[in-house]
Structures are given as structure tokens and as C-alpha cells.
Ligand binder design. Sequence first.
Ligand code: ATP
Ligand code: MG
Length: 546
Amino acid sequence: MAQDMNQQMVFLPEGTKRTRGRDAQRINILIARAVANAVKSTLGPKGMDKMIVDDLGDVIISNDGATILSEMSIEHPAGKMMVEVAKTQDAEVGDGTTTAVIIAGGLLEKAEKLLNDEIHPSIIIKGYRLAAVKAKELYTDIAEEISIKDSQVMRQIAITSMAGRSAEGADELAELVMKAVMQVAVEEGNKVVVDLDNIKVEKKVGGSIKDSQLVQGIVIDKEIVHSGMPRVVENAKIALVDAAMEIKSPETDTKVQISDPEQLQAFLDQEESILKKMVETVKKSGANVVICQKGIDDIAQHYLAKEGIVAVRRVKKSDMDAIAKATGAKVASRIKDLTAEDLGKSKIVREKKVAGDNMVFIEGCKNPKSVSLLVRGGSEHVMDEAERAVHDAVGAVASALNDGKILYGGGSCEAEVASKLRDYAKTVGGREQLAVEAFAEALEIIPRTLAETAGMDSIDTLVALRSRHSAKDGKTIGVNVYTAKLDDMKKNKVIEPLKVKTQAITSGSEVAEMLLRIDDIIAGSGKSKGPQMPPGGMGGDMGMDM
Ligand SMILES: Nc1ncnc2c1ncn2[C@@H]1O[C@H](COP(=O)(O)OP(=O)(O)OP(=O)(O)O)[C@@H](O)[C@H]1O
Ligand SMILES: [Mg+2]
């Protein structure tokens, strides 16, 4: 396989700037499928992880489709388009990126067969379009309504989404995700809206995933600047400042000529009095906590400590925004403009030790919808992957809450839709019928791949699965990857939001269509923006061995 692909990757003879017709299609399909194949083995709870090592030797270990593809070095435009599929899926729902890419790959694989049978691309495109619309309809038909208050279902959605990531402690993390999302969800009319900005994910290496926690407020990875300041402030009135509490050094080279010691003292006193004034302004506003985006001078720290005001410095802009949102504070860009109205409120601000480092917790905020998930992990890699899993699960639970509809996973919904799509194909007739049937087969790549990851024979599994789905009671039969048998996914509580599946169809089929439409690849002059081809044809380093 590896050699076969690599040979094919020498796209155009030296100096050729153009590939046309079937060759162009063949190349694009080949590359896109190679990209899909690269993430295929990561699908599902038994999926494997990928280790991506960059030029600098940094390592990422992940099971997340979007992460793997965005970290991989892919130069060919068709490959980049596949990466876009994952990105779109990630932006729209957060989960299902591998599924979307595999489906796109499957659609192209089946299209290639049809092209070899002399079926014109425009017929395939037409059939695929019909099938995509119908498939989304069918998914919606078989989806089940859930109550948005049903925390059991939400927990299962989080667990399904996290399956295969960070084995130890995934269930505990799923529980936290469920609680976080349900807490920030708001009902607007008959819709539920989840503002994901209200969930801040912070991470700290150390402990284990099980030590992760849900904080009712905001956690920042900073410490209180001065040892003389209190470590706990109740009924906090928080000033957010994005100006430095320091005396700026002049921007141009300036020299201050001081000729006697008195002058020097006066100069220093002047500095001190400016800083003191800043602290006075803070005090006058009524603040007992200052959170500063820039630095805080030692002298200012001293005076703040003397006043019993807690200060934190060099806080990230994104954290400043999160605190502003949570506490209702307004960020002041000049200390002298700070007034009582700008202050945010929270029940308690305190410093706590997490894995030997101090972190500041702002809890019981004015806006109860603001929460933080503090993700822990025994090593950087474990923690980072847990954070990505949290991202996916948050997206999954949020979209389930959002449209209140779920499907059963483990390939069961794909198998059911494929079976119904075949019935529909008969009503389409003509050559397009073949394309609709090919679409159905492409969907079955999901149960097939899950079966492969469980070490089952994919063909036998598919045959058995088809026959179960043609019976009345087989709608929710899928692949139990743990027992390597067909099983009822409803009973196994493998639950996914409808949106993950419909979005995967949308983005997967769009890219397949777009690639099929291309019959001419021309090396551009490089004058316009957009994906460019390397000189001498379409050669590109896929950065992987397939
Ligand atoms: N317990 C389970 N048994 C069988 N299948 C499962 C189980 N849990 C999850 N799955 C299936 O695994 C698939 C999801 O796998 P995975 O999370 O690796 O990929 P993805 O969601 O498509 O992409 P990504 O998570 O990388 O963005 C879904 O088809 C889901 O139904
Ligand atoms: Mg997933």
C-alpha cells in the first residue's frame, strides 16, 4: 500500500503544468482517499491514536480527526480540502470529524468505481446530491426526541463522544462535561441555546484525569502577586485593568541627567508617588481584587498589599474576557478611569494549590452560567488529549440539547439509513440510481471500520448487519466493539446527537462533489490567493507514509 501510494504521488511529469480529464479526477480522488485512510483507524472506542511529530520534535498524540489532520503536513489542494471537511465539522458540532472525513473518502472511493464503469461525473454528482438530501431526511426520521432535562441521556452522549480517549477517568470527565453544559444551557422560547464561551477549559498537568473538576466560576493559571496579600477574599469586588501598573520606560532613548543625590531621591519619590496614586484610585473604586492584563510594579504591589487588595498580573486577554463575562466587570484601559461601576462581583476569590502550582479561583460569580472545567492529566500528552476529548464532548452534548434529537451509534444509524437509501434508490431509477446505491455503501464504511477496529471480519459483519436491518426489529443494531459482536446500540446506550450525523453528510458530500467536478488541474502563476500547486506539477509532501 505504502509503495503503491507513493508511486502514484509522483503526479505530473517534470515541467508539466496541467493534468486533465480522468487523470485529474484520479489524482484528486487518490489524495483525498489517502487523507481519509490516514484517520480511518482512529474511529470509535477501539480506534488507535496517531503520533504526530513536527519539525521541531514536538509530539502530539491524538485520536481526534480534526487535530490529526490539522497537524499533519498536507500540501496537495485535494488533501487540504479534506482537512477543511474536518475543520467545518469541528466548528459546527465539535465532534464527528473522523466520521465526516471517512464518509467523504468513502464517497470518493465508490465514485471512482462508477467512473471506471464509464458513468459520467455529472450523473454521479446528481445521484449523490439526491442521496445526501434523502440521507439527512432519513437520519431525522429515525432520530429520537429527548427531554433536554434528561441528564442520563446527556451523560451517555458525553461518554459515547469520549469513548476511546483517555481510557482511565473518561467517564468521570464525561460526567463533568454533562454537568457543565447542562448548567450553562438556557431555554429561549422552545429552543435551548448553549453559549460555549461560558465554559472555560483550563488545564494543569499533574494528578490524573479523575482529578479533573468543575469549578463554579473561573480558574486562571496565575498566582497572587505578593505574599503580603490575603489568599482568600469573600464578597470580591473585582477590577479588571488592561493597563500596566508600572511606570513605562520611554519609547525613545532618553537620558535623565541627575547630578546630586537629592535629585535622585526626588526622582524616585516621584515614581513612587505615581504608583501610589494608581493604588489609591483602585482603592477608591472599592475594589478588593485587581486583575491586571499587564505587569504590576513591586512598589505598586507593596501598596496594594498594604491596603489588603489582592492582585494578579499578566492575565491572558481571553481570561480577562471570561472574567468580565462571568463577574460583570468592565475592563478599564486606564487606571485613572476606574470607577465603582466597572467592578465585577463574585462570592469568593481565592488562591489554591493545584499540583504544586498556585491557581486563582473566582467562584460564585454574578453570572451563574459561567463555569470552568479544570482538566488534569498525569502527563502533558494525556492532559492535552483529555482536553480535546472534552472539547468534542462539550460540542456533542451542546448540539443534542440544541435540537433535542439523538441517534444510536456504533454504525447502527448508518446501517439503517443505508438500508432505507437503497429502497429509495429504486425509485430514482436511471444511472443516478447507481450513484444513490454507492452513497448508501459509502455510509456503511462507518460500521465496517468500527468492525475492523474491533478485529472483526468487516465483510461478514456488513452482511450480517444488512440482514438484521432488513428485519423490523433491527433498527438499532450496530457493532459492539467491546464484544466484537453485533448488538443493540440502544441497549448499550451508545448515543450521539443527530446534528453530528447530518453535518457529516453535508460536509462529506460537498467535498466529494467538489472534487468530482474538477476535470482540469492547472498549475497557477501564484498571483492569486488560495491553494497553490508546487512547481512542476502536483507533487506534494503528504508528510505521511501510506
Ligand atoms: N461503545 C461504543 N460501541 C460502538 N461504537 C461506539 C461506541 N462509542 C462510540 N462509538 C462510535 O464511534 C464513532 C465515533 O468515533 P470517534 O469519536 O473516534 O470519531 P468521530 O466522532 O467521528 O471523530 P472525532 O471524535 O475524532 O472528532 C461513532 O460512530 C460512534 O457511534
Ligand atoms: Mg468523537
